[in-house]
Design a protein around this ligand. Structure first.
Ligand SMILES: [Zn+2]
Length: 472
């Protein structure tokens, strides 16, 4: 049988049945999908001829990463909000209040470029300009599982400190309506899936949240929501409902398989288990929560009940990269340190959280997450001749997976294929001009920085003080 492409002689991690290691394998691809994966000398390979052959010598081929939670539109503020308390008000807000659509677009393009070049093939964006993310994903040929954020906070009438947030119900309904229109607009695009994205329980009214769930159930799509993400949320929920986020969601029958909760930073072990028992999925953002909160989310408690786990890089101002190599390493490391136990979260496990388990948690495992016949050819090609992956030892003990997780940094990713098409080849980004994307991001960042209140920064910003002391 004639197929489009055969990759010969590669080291492969299929991420099926554990990491699914092959030493010397062939992968067949046709119409953007995997046809077969087998050891090179397997007789199945005799059945196929291809229009094109690629050598996999000295390459590791594995499924592309799924970054399950990102805020691409604020990547233009990378490095401006970390090493401080009160990340939102003292870190991000002085800059993000000036964000406009042109800067958002430059940020989205920059962040998706960064993610792809570090091996991410599914972009889990969560933001207000999701229409731009969707069209950028189309232009770049990258997969997306996208959610437009829906919040009901009254921008014209913001709450004073120590007060309950004011809601603008019309704004909330408008945002839901706009999210539904975007989902409809892209419904025929095979690369794009959507979630509904209520921003957090404290940022929407219960009525609107129930309406969002109703719409998600009708469309059979996931709810992607920050859950128990900080002490301000705790305070608002306690004051509004007299209880904490997860018990309130439970009482209102809003915990279940349709929910993918992000963070759980403030959740107790009991609340975490309650959420896991409901069938809800969890997205953990180790790098970002470490940097902006100094905390390790309750992943191990969740894992006692469920493995519906995925990882997210969150945002560039306070992570500060959108690189899944960072997330797998930090997730393993932080949890080992938290437990004072080096056996916690081995390398193969966290690799699953960024690939096969993530696909299950996002309900896209019929398409991606592992290398298996019938699945999309979303593959990354990693250079095994990179210093950080050398030496490659196959016997008596393999060292590849630990080195991939604890040593590699993303620059080892040589090529990236999505649905059978190369998006990065030999480190070159093919769908658009990389230099232009970088220049535009720099230019937009500079334009926004001119609007920032310097006097306020000088007086209030802890980072400004660090700068004055010579730390920046
Ligand atoms: Zn987030």
């Amino acid at each position: 049988m004639m197929i489009d492409l055969i990759i010969d002689g590669a080291t492969v991690l299929t991420m099926e049945n554990g990491v699914g290691y092959y030493n010397d394998a062939s992968i067949g691809i046709n119409n953007g999908k995997i046809t077969f994966i087998a050891e090179q000398n397997d007789s199945i390979t005799d059945k196929y001829k291809a229009k094109e052959y690629i050598s996999g010598k000295d390459k590791l081929i594995m499924p592309g990463f799924i970054d399950a939670h990102m805020h691409t539109e604020i990547s233009i503020f990378r490095g401006l909000a970390q090493d401080l308390n009160n990340w939102m008000e003292l870190g991000l807000w002085p800059f993000s209040q000036h964000l406009d659509q042109e800067a958002s677009e430059a940020a989205i393009r920059l962040n998706i470029l960064e993610a792809i070049k570090n091996g991410t093939t599914t972009i889990g964006d969560f933001g207000s300009e999701i229409d731009i993310t969707a069209s950028t994903c189309q232009e770049f040929g990258v997969r997306g599982v996208l959610a437009k954020t829906i919040n009901e906070l009254d921008k014209k009438n913001p709450a004073e400190p120590g007060q309950l947030y004011n809601f603008d119900h019309k704004k909330g309904e408008k945002e839901l309506d706009s999210a539904l229109k975007i989902i409809d607009k892209y419904k025929n695009d095979d690369l794009l899936d959507f979630n509904l994205g209520p921003q957090a329980l404290d940022m929407v009214s219960m009525d609107l949240l129930k309406e969002i769930y109703k719409q998600a159930r009708n469309l059979d799509i996931q709810i992607h929501m920050h859950v128990a993400q900080g002490d301000r949320e705790d305070w608002q929920i306690e004051k509004r409902y007299g209880d904490r986020t997860i018990p309130i969601l439970n009482k209102n029958k809003l915990l279940g398989p349709e929910l993918r909760a992000v963070h759980l930073t403030e959740a107790t072990p009991e609340e975490t288990k309650l959420l896991a028992e409901s069938g809800a999925a969890l997205t953990i953002c180790s790098g970002s929560i470490g940097i902006i909160d100094g905390l390790v989310p309750p992943l191990q408690e969740f894992l006692e009940v469920s493995d519906r786990i995925s990882l997210g890089s969150d945002q560039a101002p306070g992570n500060n990269c959108n690189n899944m190599f960072n997330e797998i390493k930090l997730t393993s490391l932080f949890n080992k340190i938290k437990s004072s136990d080096p056996r916690v979260l081995n390398a193969g496990q966290v690799l699953q959280f960024a690939t096969s388990k993530a696909a299950e948690a996002l309900n896209i495992s019929d398409k991606v997450g592992s290398i298996a016949p019938g699945k999309e050819a979303d593959l990354i090609f990693i250079d095994l001749k990179s210093p950080a992956l050398t030496p490659v030892i196959n016997s008596p003990l393999r060292n590849l997976v630990p080195n991939l997780v604890y040593s590699a940094s993303g620059q080892e990713v040589e090529s990236v294929m999505i649905s059978g098409e190369f998006v990065v080849k030999d480190h070159k980004f093919l769908p658009a001009n990389e230099e232009q994307i970088i220049n535009k991001a720099n230019q937009e960042a500079k334009r926004l920085m001119a609007k920032v209140d310097r006097d306020w920064l000088k007086e209030k910003s802890p980072l400004y003080k660090l700068q004055e002391k010579g730390y920046l």
